[in-house]
Write a protein that binds this ligand. Structure first.
Ligand SMILES: [Zn+2]
Length: 465
């Protein structure tokens, strides 16, 4: 869909094409492209001369003699072509205006969402779609906008797309503006502070003006005029860049849907303030993740260890029975974890089976834990965060890794360490660590680990509402 800068480009290309030209005749090739009375449209405009073309938001306004006005919106695919009368109409020509210089202006629209509508100098600003438009960003002011959104908890992305606060930001430029302003697209509009609105207005103005100067933005096959093809994609910083690194902080851009609209944002630069921040801590065995969890606990943060949850589960008769039966283990009152570990290291394929039994139960416990501690920061150690597909339960993911892992493992328990190493080999930590919001390298002493962890906790506190 063309955005404001493209429409501005179309306007500047159209002015010299139509200015001072008189309409000799009009062919309406598809009625829906001229809503209203088509006969009146043709009769009112034939014989009139174009005075100028202006733009309000993404509407093109053609001004003609006798106060006649054409309101035109390109919607998804609308394009104007200037052709010689001797040339064939374009493939999806819907309306053709014959001009008095041997040229014709073809309105082409493959999807037919755009239109031309008859209006007048007295009326066009009251057109119901135009009347609801807010000012363009460079004319917008924070006070007015804050009054408008006082009671609106609509995500800022949707609020800006509505065009009522300010006009001109479509999907592309809203993403660019929010990235530049460091605002999370899901932030409720009434939670945006005065300072943040000042930044949004400033960045929206800058981004749109730059895009206008460079002639529009990104549209794949975009034709502002017959001989001008716009491809200005290089300028975009955030839009369409999901899964690539943020140029500001290096985090991986994320893609979400906000009220159905695809949205790209940086999870580190654009932070969503919330009452509860759910933190997952993951890493290989003996990476130091339990120590990190302990440091959270010492800061009075509610914590939960999935390993502890699992060992509690292994004490429940029902769970013990299922596991003993599934793997033909010797029946005892308590679960023989060493026997289970030995079995799994001999039959690695059974790891999937045990996970299928245990992960849903662990997930249930974690959700219960969130509900019981529903304010502030909460931290959960989840060694198999991605294997268990629990990553979406959390707002923040911390990876813990250690280069001294090997020696840590050996110092633990000589016999077990081999089995544990095997399990580490099958860990998906390395392929998932790029999804972590923070990585803690645990290669020095406990004090250093504690400092690194506290630094992150302090950053997280800023995100609390
Ligand atoms: Zn970033």
């Amino acid at each position: 869909m063309p955005e404001l800068p493209e429409v501005e480009t179309v306007k500047s290309v159209l002015v010299p094409v139509v200015k001072d030209r008189t309409i000799l005749g009009i062919d309406i090739l598809r009625k829906s492209s001229v809503p209203g009375d088509q006969k009146l449209f043709v009769e009112s405009l034939t014989g009139q001369r174009f005075l100028d073309v202006s733009r309000i938001g993404k509407f093109l306004i053609f001004h003609l003699t006798n106060d006649k006005v054409i309101i035109s919106h390109l919607r998804m695919e609308g394009k104007y072509y200037e052709l010689l009368e001797s040339e064939e109409n374009t493939k999806y020509a819907r309306v053709v205006l014959h001009l008095d210089n041997g040229h014709k202006l073809c309105y082409d629209d493959s999807r037919c969402f755009g239109y031309l509508r008859l209006s007048s100098e007295q009326e066009y600003r009251n057109d119901k779609e135009i009347a609801k438009l807010g000012p363009e960003p460079w004319d917008a002011d924070t006070k007015t906008i804050m009054k408008q959104v006082k009671n609106s908890s609509l995500p800022i992305k949707s609020a800006l797309l509505s065009q009522t606060l300010m006009t001109g930001l479509g999907n592309i430029y809203v993403d660019e503006t929010l990235f530049a302003s460091k605002i999370h697209p899901l932030t409720p509009a009434n939670k945006i502070t005065k300072e943040e609105w000042d930044v949004i207005i400033k960045e929206a103005s800058r981004i749109l003006k730059e895009a206008i100067v460079s002639g529009g933005s990104t549209i794949k096959s975009y034709h502002p005029g017959k001989d001008i093809d716009g491809n200005f994609q290089t300028k975009l910083v955030a839009y369409g860049k999901s899964n690539t690194p943020c140029p500001r902080c290096g985090s991986i851009f994320r893609f979400i849907k906000v009220n159905g609209r695809g949205t790209t944002f940086c999870p580190k630069c654009q932070i969503l303030k919330s009452k509860q921040i759910k933190v997952a801590i993951f890493g290989k065995i003996a990476s130091g993740k339990s120590e990190v969890l302990n440091i959270f606990a010492k800061q009075n943060i509610p914590t939960l260890s999935s390993d502890k949850v699992v060992s509690d589960l292994y004490k429940e008769k029902q769970v013990i029975d299922i596991i003993n039966n599934t793997f033909n283990l010797e029946k005892k009152d308590a679960l023989d974890r060493d026997a289970l570990r030995a079995h799994l290291s001999k039959n690695p394929k059974d790891i999937k089976k045990i996970n299928k039994i245990v992960h849903p139960l662990v997930k249930e416990e974690i959700i219960k834990f969130f509900k019981n501690n529903n304010k502030g920061i909460v931290a959960v150690e989840v060694p198999l965060l991605f294997e268990s597909k629990m990553e979406n339960l959390f707002d923040v993911i911390i990876g813990v890794e250690s280069y001294k892992q090997q020696s840590l493992l050996q110092s633990r328990d000589g016999e077990k360490s081999k089995q544990l190493e095997e399990i580490n080999k099958s860990s998906t930590y390395d392929i998932n660590k790029n999804k972590a919001d923070y990585i803690i390298i645990n290669d020095a002493d406990l004090k250093s680990l504690s400092n690194k962890t506290k630094e992150i906790i302090n950053k997280l506190k800023y995100r609390l509402d």
